[in-house]
Structure formats: structure tokens, C-alpha cells
Design a protein around this ligand. Sequence first.
Ligand code: SF4
Length: 341
Amino acid sequence: MTDILSLTPEELKEEILALGLPAFRAKQISGWLKTGVRDFSEMSNLPKELRESLKERFSLTAPVLLRAQTSELDQTGKFLWGLSDGNCVETVLMRYRYGNSVCISSQVGCRQGCAFCASTIGGLIRPLTAGEMLDEVLFTEKENDVSVSNVVLMGIGEPLDNLDNVLRFLHLVSHPEGRNLSLRHITVSTCGLPEGIRRLSEEKLPITLSVSLHAPDDETRSRIMPSNCGIQRLAEVCEEYFARTGRRLSFEYAMIAGVNDSDRQAELLAGLARRLGAHVNLIPLNYVAERGLKPSSPAVIRRFQGLLEEKGVNVTVRRSLGGDIDASCGQLRRKHMNKQQ
Ligand code: SF4
């Protein structure tokens, strides 16, 4: 059966016309889909026979909330969604002064093997469909009675390893007849897959591309990120991305004690960031028990930040949200899986 939520409004219109129905029915259905409906029977302004024939022809994915955690410190919410095939993924809702932001997953599991990450333990299970990614946004809004203004693809999975579905999701979530979110308010995060970055640049989308760098030298980067393609190659493909899209990128840099927080590494990072005009976002590492890596101390992070600033780099330290819940990506899913074993 066709997954109706993954259809673009244009494709939905074609399907509806092929059924011999007027085009306005497609608009009515799109109107319902963006509200996060669980069943065709909820589409109350459609004739009963139409609802029945939609049910026979299309599937409607709707995740089941398995677990919710809310931080008492800052109201950050973390949600574990059960998917129709029994898998599960996580979504995080962050409440900022400027609006609400959701961090969504793009795959069930991940095959990139980063040493500090809980999402990759167990490898890649499967990619998420565009509709399942859209569900994460719609049902997080519905569950919390909020409206989201920013979406970050930085949860479980590597978005550029699922690029066709991610591109379709970006089209769906920004479509005027769909959720209608501005692409300028969407960030795609990658561990730096060169082919994916190149393909994404061809789309010339006004999104923000965020590269998880985490180390400025190949020896360290390959140790903690086995999918490292080489810093030089990564820098070249990032330059190409900027030349094609005119969009500056940002580097995510998780500060790991004794691994990537030396003065020499600050110097190398500064050189790379200046070459690419990239913003650097330092992130105190979220401790993941299974991975055994520890965050750099606040004093070391301050020193590292100061060294970057001295070299003229635009740098921020990410405020750690949800410190009292399983804030790091993949932890909640891991716990759920461990319980089931
Ligand atoms: S950090 Fe991202 S790319 Fe790396 S293993 Fe985790 S989910 Fe995959």
C-alpha cells in the first residue's frame, strides 16, 4: 500500500484525480495530514465512502508514544516513538526564547560507528521514510500542543545516508500545502559524507548544513569517527558546497577529555574554520556509559573557546539542554531495547 504521508501534495493530487475525484479533495486531505491524524476516519469533512476507499488504497503511518521524558531544568522533552514495524526512534523538543525546535531522527540506528554515540550501537536497522520523519514533527507538536519553528536533523541516523527520503521530507515539511516550515529554519547535520554533501549542494536548498567535525586532524578523527573521509577531502567538498549554495556551514565539535581538546587541536580547528568561514559550535560531550568517553571540563572548554576566538573564529558553546534526562541521541532507544532483551 502507498504511504500517503510520504506523497508530495502534487503526487497526492495525481492519485486523487486518477480515482476520478475532484482536485479539491486532495487539498482537504493534505489539510488533515499536516495535523497528524491517526486514521482516515478522523477526516470528518470527507464523505464516508471516500474515507473507506482511502483506507483500502493508502497506509497512514502514525507513531505510538512509548516514552516521554521532560527535563525539570529547562522543559526539554524527549520522546520515544514506536513505529509500525516495531522499531523505535527518538525526537527531542527544545524550547528556546525564539521558538520551539525539534531534533528528529532520520534512520533507525546508524552505520557510521562514531565512538561517542549511542545511536550506532547495533548498527543501522533501516532508513526512515519521509512520512515517518514528518510524523516526528507533527506528533511532537500534537503531543505537546506546541508549534515548532525550527527542525534539526541531528537525532538518530546519518541524514545523508538516507538522502532521497531526507530530500522528500524537506519538500514535504516546507510545502505551502503541507507543514509550510521555512527551509531557512531547517538544519541538516552530517558526519561528513562527501558524496552526500555534493548531491545536497546540487539541490541548492536554503537550509543550514552542519558538519560534525569533532576533530581537526585525521589521526584523531579516524579514531573517533571511522567514516572519516580525510580532513582535506572534507574541506574541499565543504568549499564546493559554499560555492554552489552561498550558505556558510557550521562545525559541531563535541569536547572529549584528552582526545580532541588540546591547544594544538584548537589551532588546527581555527585554521580549518577560517578557511571555510565556518561557525564553530562547541558541545560538552554527553556522557554515554557504553562508550566510556568523558566530557572536557568547563575550564578546558573555556580555554579552547578562547584560543579559537583569538584566531578570529566565530565560536559558541552549546548550552546543554535536558541535563537531567537521557539527552544524548540514542540513549532512550538503547534503554528501551535493553529492557526488551
Ligand atoms: S554521531 Fe551521527 S553519524 Fe555518528 S554514529 Fe551517531 S548518529 Fe551516526
